[in-house]
Write a protein that binds this ligand. Structure first.
Ligand code: GLA
Ligand code: ZN
Length: 672
């Protein structure tokens, strides 16, 4: 179930009136109206206000807030307040407190601080969601529920340890099977009893504060899966409590883009729609932001998502909290819409005066009035969104290219002891995404469980773990005429991180027509070289030494003892083709190589445009919308291929028209 189709792109965000006296509320309402805001996310961090003891609940203030926003015609995204537990609860029920990776039991403090396997948390979080749904079910301005907030982190407490054993027993059945999948004959780790299983933290198998190194990849990998599942179980418990009372209302939780700790593809299956919080750093490049939007859109097979949060001006938690330059709030808002969002929302409506977010932007600044740059930009965008109305809602993104992204691969490839500290799963995927995005070629980011059949090209960078059945899916896809590309450090292991023997890339070997005998790690800053279409490029990170088993060599290494061995290969397989890139390389290579590949496969850019111009298409029953975004700081001329009408200004353009776009400006051309 998705969100009911609204009459416009909803505009608003987190509103925390409980931090303010009631006199301020009326002024808030005036200012929000002035900014053309129509939706507020309420009740994100109110647990202490709502539950004062085990049996004592108090909804008086929230009742008033609900009435206030209703009277003022605002829609509500209703949060459940369970991302930070009350102090009394931690004091009375210390099982709710998390234990750190180093074994340190936490005290009360911070947020996202509850153990996901704490019986107290499970009980009281679901109960609070239920009570909220019971109490506010009559409010027809609630358009969605927002469970907790940005789930994340890890816990290594005794409850988690106990629950880990239960999770493992369910997954593997017998202790013998556990010994097999974790390869426990290594280093005398054989376990005789489920009680032998302990959490693989700093006291056990892992080292480094950020749990990036482990002696037993299988154990650590399962712990990641288990923690992600544990938090998902918390989400599901709240969702079910809400749904029991308000069956027809869509439920979500706000995600964080490429967030490593939680397997969002698994999470999305439990969410009615996905939403996320977009906080790029000061040095983020446009394709980097676009990639996160596309990941989020892919979680629900292309269905529209919500941009739940972004800052209107400045954040407080980046190393350098640079201001959003004039026009960037608008540009990045439309970038989200271009990539599939049906909302534009902010954190937050009024800037706090105390604690760590007091220097984080809000629509209403500490100055307290509407005469600020950020307010003016916010209000101007709000007015524009009103004019645009519902036209783009529900629209989908047509894409011929799929990029595979898989959390198990992310975890497993980076846990791997060897071959290089430069192994970076998201980084490798980003190189391919960036080249495509900067050529304005639409990409869907999908998981290994998704359908490949609709794509002309499927790229699976660093497919280190080729899970049971995935190779067969790829085999069928390529046999049927598809094009498949993968890279170095692929096809090593199966689902438990056990090596598939017989020669790398094991299950993918016949499809690619190659055998990788060895791989050479290249020290940071150094490289080998290869030439592609007359241009010399670096080969870095990991250089595979491979033999052709039916594939053709397109290019070869030029240095070192493996000089002359293939670095780019191409294999005819069934009616399709499989491509292999045996090393890392630079941005120029990916741009050239992918442009050729797409060209040969009949995949075209949505618009040919100068650097810094991003073009994205969304389609629905109202037509096809071509979003053109000028990320440059200078005027940039764009030649339109087709005629269309800009839905922001209602200006009509003829095919072939040359348009000079001002810095950070946006066009949304509607074609029928
Ligand atoms: C996150 C949270 C918000 C707020 C913002 C600040 O996205 O969900 O509560 O802390 O960051 O950037
Ligand atoms: Zn725990």
């Amino acid at each position: 179930m998705g969100v009911q189709r609204q009459n416009k792109i909803m505009y608003g965000g987190d509103y925390n009136p409980e931090q303010w006296s009631e006199e301020v509320w009326a002024e808030d309402m005036r200012l929000l109206k002035l900014a053309h805001i129509d939706i507020v996310t309420l009740n994100v961090f109110n647990w202490a206000m709502l539950q004062k003891d085990d049996e004592v609940y108090d909804f008086v203030k929230l009742d008033k807030i609900m009435e206030l926003v209703k009277e003022n015609g605002l829609k509500v995204c209703m949060a459940t307040s369970t991302a930070a537990h009350p102090a009394w609860m931690a004091r009375k029920h210390p099982d709710i407190l998390r234990t750190e990776h180093n074994g340190m039991k936490r005290k009360f403090g911070s947020r996202h601080n509850s153990c996901p396997n704490s019986p107290t948390y499970r009980k009281y979080s679901a109960l609070l969601a239920q009570k909220l749904a019971q109490r506010y079910q009559g409010y027809d301005n609630i358009v969605a529920w927002h469970v907790a907030n940005e789930y994340g982190g890890q816990c290594y407490c005794e409850n988690c340890e106990k629950q880990f054993r239960v999770w493992l027993k369910e997954k593997y059945g017998t202790i013998e099977e556990l010994n097999r999948v974790w390869n426990l004959a290594f280093w005398s780790h054989t376990m005789y009893d489920w009680e032998d299983v302990v959490v693989p933290d700093l006291r056990s198998e892992e080292w480094f504060w950020d749990y990036t190194r482990t002696n037993f990849q299988g154990i650590s990998l399962d712990y990641r899966r288990f923690q992600s599942d544990s938090m998902l179980a918390c989400y599901r418990a709240e969702r079910d409590a809400i749904k029991e009372i308000m069956r027809g209302v869509p439920v979500t939780t706000n995600l964080m883009g490429f967030y490593k700790d939680l397997d969002y593809q698994k999470w999305a299956r439990e969410m009615d729609f996905v939403s996320w919080d977009n906080y790029p750093g000061h040095d983020a490049y446009p394709a980097q932001i676009a990639m996160s939007h596309d990941l989020i859109r892919g979680l629900k097979q292309g269905a529209p998502f919500w941009l739940m949060e972004q800052t209107p001006g400045v954040s407080n938690w980046h190393p350098y909290c640079a201001l959003k330059r004039p026009g960037v709030l608008r540009l990045w808002s439309y970038q989200a819409v271009a990539h599939g969002s049906d909302t534009v929302m902010f954190f937050q409506m009024r800037r706090s005066i105390g604690a760590c977010e007091k220097y984080h932007s809000a629509v209403i600044d500490h100055a307290g009035h509407e005469n600020t740059r950020v307010f003016r930009e916010t209000a101007a965008l709000g007015k524009e969104l009103e004019r645009i109305g519902a036209q783009t809602l529900g629209a989908r993104t047509p894409a011929d290219v799929a990029l595979i992204f898989d959390w198990d691969n992310w975890w497993a490839s980076e846990y791997s002891a060897g071959p290089s500290r430069l192994i970076n799963y998201h980084g490798e995927a980003s190189k391919y995404y960036r080249a495509l995005s900067e050529a304005n070629i639409a990409v869907d980011i999908i998981g290994v469980e998704d359908d490949l059949s609709g794509y002309k090209l499927v790229i699976a960078p660093m497919l280190y773990m080729c899970k049971d059945g995935f190779d067969e899916k790829v085999r069928m896809y390529v046999k049927g005429g598809g094009a498949f590309l993968t890279t170095y450090f692929s096809g090593y292991v199966e689902d438990h991180d056990l090596v598939v023997t017989g020669g790398y890339p094991a299950r993918l070997r016949d499809i690619l027509g190659i055998w990788v005998e060895e791989s050479d790690a290249v020290v940071e800053g150094k490289c080998n070289h290869f030439t592609y279409k007359g241009v010399r490029y670096p080969a870095d990170i990991l250089c595979d030494l491979l033999h052709l088993e039916g594939a053709r060599a397109v290019s070869a290494y030029e240095e070192d003892f493996y000089r002359g061995m293939p670095v780019l290969t191409e294999n005819d397989f069934g009616k399709g083709k499989a491509f292999y890139v045996a090393a890392g390389s630079g941005r120029e290579f990916y741009a050239a190589y992918l442009a050729d590949l797409c060209g040969s496969l009949g995949i075209s850019p949505v618009l040919k445009a100068p650097e810094g111009i991003e073009a994205v298409v969304r389609e629905n029953e109202n037509g096809s919308f071509l979003f053109i975004l000028n990320h440059n700081d200078a005027d940039t001329a764009v030649t339109l291929a087709d005629s269309g009408t800009d839905i922001i200004t209602e200006t009509a353009y003829a095919a072939g028209a040359q348009v000079t776009m001002a810095p950070k400006d946006v066009l949304i051309l509607r074609k029928r």
